[in-house]
Design a protein around this ligand. Structure first.
Ligand SMILES: C[S@@+](CC[C@H](N)C(=O)[O-])C[C@H]1O[C@@H](n2cnc3c(N)ncnc32)[C@H](O)[C@@H]1O
Length: 212
């Protein structure tokens, strides 16, 4: 609820902000698109203002774009309409609340959102459940665990209390890697970007024999 309020309040500002590293953003789009096929169904949780979903929509059959913030979604719906995109369904809530059927998606996207999740491992497990065997999980996650910025955890609770910062969870890239592997993914692409390489982009494949 607190998180939802923060993102509702931030939505307009977020929509106006520039992508901080255009080269990395374009690389993420094109690497993701190299895995897409016209008959695929995608789920994106934490879709924000929908920019990425709008980029990918022409390359797939359908995208379910999910976010806890109604204000983010309302901007996203506007962007899709303006771009003439009609194969994205926007739904408010978390991935668990969305309640997708088992093995119903070819690709799941979770971009700039995993470090904001209080229940990160449950969400990763949910991604495994809803992906088809061999399906792809594309994520981009801020990993502050090995950076000097990890001390943000000392001020984050106050920033959060004042509504100036979202909940941020400090994790190490190696932790994320092992959580993904334990959940049943094999990591096919992994590279860093952002100042000091604090963000990690991953393309992980659900192993075919994986049971959830
Ligand atoms: C930093 S923004 C990233 C938005 C977009 N993915 C991007 O890369 O620009 C984080 C988004 O995740 C959403 N969010 C935060 N916690 C969430 C959760 N538990 N489930 C779904 N969305 C969530 C926020 O409302 C916000 O729109």
């Amino acid at each position: 609820m607190k998180s939802e309020k923060f993102w509702d309040k931030t939505a307009q500002r977020y929509a106006k902000s520039q992508v901080s590293d255009q080269a990395a953003y374009q690389k993420k789009l094109s690497e993701t698109q190299s895995f897409l096929q016209p008959d695929m169904r995608i789920a994106e949780f934490g879709c924000g203002t929908g920019t990425t979903a709008v980029h990918h929509a022409p390359h797939v059959q359908h995208i379910d774009a999910i976010d806890i913030s109604e204000n983010m979604l309302s901007i996203a719906r506007g962007k899709a309409k303006e771009a003439g995109i009609d194969n994205i369904t926007f739904t408010r809530g978390t991935l668990a609340e969305f309640g997708a059927q088992d093995e119903s998606f070819d690709v799941v996207l979770g971009l700039n959102v995993i470090h904001l999740l209080p229940d990160r491992q449950a969400v990763i497990t949910e991604v495994v459940r809803i992906l088809k065997p061999g399906g792809i999980f594309v994520s981009s996650t801020v990993c502050l665990g090995n950076s000097a910025l990890r001390y943000i955890k000392l001020i984050a609770p106050m920033g959060n209390l004042l509504g100036l910062m979202p909940d941020i969870f400090i994790l190490k890239e190696a932790e994320l890697e092992s959580e993904m592997t334990r959940a049943g993914f094999s990591i096919e692409r992994q590279w860093n970007h952002g100042k000091g390489g604090i963000a990690v982009f991953m393309v992980a494949r659900k192993q075919c024999a994986q049971r959830h």
